[in-house]
Design a protein around this ligand. Structure first.
Ligand code: NAP
Length: 305
């Protein structure tokens, strides 16, 4: 069995780790590999598909597949499989807990008060009264929602299809989204980028958040309308935005987000794919394919995730 691995960076490390996880295969690195049975990809050049007539499956080393699906050269009749969790849920939970606690315990307000030399204690509030909305209840969103609910916060989650998760108020559809937005003091975005979610959070929906809410976009920049977000940040309706992902990455040096006092930027690091867990998962799924078993994580290209 021949397996191609092609990544935009750290190619040697990925290749070495995959070869160790899949000793029964010949692992070839880079876009000029001979014809292979499987391709393992992260932001590959289009040329990678030029001499690959016999691929049985494609594997994305990321959870999001919007980039691969946008490639015209991507083979159409081959299953595309994405990474599921592999330690990324735990990282998303860390990020979400940081945002939730920072808002719930008013640490940003106290930092402002300190900068003005003001002693300004605020009253006690209870976790069960602090409303957090999670957009997307998939592998990562449901892990985040469960962790926050387990911590005692009041958590609502939004998905495309109806869901039932104990301890989470699950909603779907546009009516469900309206209800969730109106009460979310913290809104966490964990949706995939698809035709339906691109530009979803524009003026109309952002205006539905309560005054002083916080937004954390942890999935894809294109889901948020930047101009609309800057307007609600300027007005103070949104008190703080935690942005890990952007329309253009790296975020252009002259973008207003860099200097906006209410924006906290992280450089697309909310959840990184760990080499070893990702390669073990891919190796197990390749073995599953070889045995003719059904495997999880196959992307539904029509719905876009
Ligand atoms: N910033 C980072 O470092 C980083 C790292 C990893 C992943 N990500 C991003 O995180 C995203 C989520 O990952 P995941 O593994 O949790 O994905 P997933 O398991 O595919 O879950 C996607 C969730 O979004 C929901 N959804 C999709 N389209 C929707 C729509 N139009 N309306 C309402 N809900 C919709 C799905 O609803 P159903 O349950 O009804 O299908 C599902 O609950 C990835 O696509 C990627 O873009 C970012």
């Amino acid at each position: 069995m021949d397996v191609l691995i092609c990544t935009a960076k750290e190619q040697d490390e990925w290749c070495e780790t995959l070869a160790a996880c899949l000793p029964e295969a010949q692992v070839h690195a880079g876009p000029d590999a001979p014809a292979c049975d499987y391709a393992v990809l992260w932001k590959p050049p289009a040329a990678v598909f030029a001499h690959q007539p016999r691929l049985k499956a494609l594997f994305s080393l990321g959870a999001g597949v919007d980039g691969l699906l946008a490639m015209p050269a991507l083979p159409r009749d081959v299953p595309l499989v994405r990474i599921e969790d592999c330690g990324m849920a735990a990282q998303m939970i860390e990020y979400a807990l940081y945002v939730a606690l920072r808002r719930f315990r008013r640490f940003a307000e106290y930092a402002d008060a300190q900068s003005e030399g003001r002693w300004a204690p605020r009253g006690l509030r209870m976790r069960e009264d602090f409303q957090i909305g999670v957009l997307g209840l998939g592998v990562l969103g449901s892990a985040v929602a469960n962790a926050l609910a387990g911590f005692g916060f009041a958590v609502s989650g939004w998905s495309r299809t109806p869901k039932s998760i104990e301890g989470i108020d699950c909603v779907h559809g546009s009516a469900g989204l309206d209800v969730l937005l109106a009460r979310s003091e913290v809104l966490l975005v964990l949706l995939p980028l698809t035709g339906d979610t691109e530009g979803l959070l524009g003026r109309e929906l952002l205006a539905q958040l309560p005054d002083g809410a916080a937004l954390a976009n942890l999935s894809r920049g294109e889901i948020v309308d930047d101009e609309a977000l800057l307007e609600v940040l300027d007005s103070g309706q949104i008190a703080e935005a935690f942005l890990d992902v952007f329309h253009r990455e790296p975020l252009p040096r002259d973008h207003r987000y860099w200097t906006h006092p209410r924006v906290r930027i992280t450089p697309h690091v909310a959840a990184l794919t760990p080499y070893s867990a990702a390669c073990s998962q891919v190796a197990e799924k390749i073995r599953g394919f070889e045995r003719g078993e059904s495997i999880s994580g196959i992307v539904d290209r029509a719905r876009g995730y």
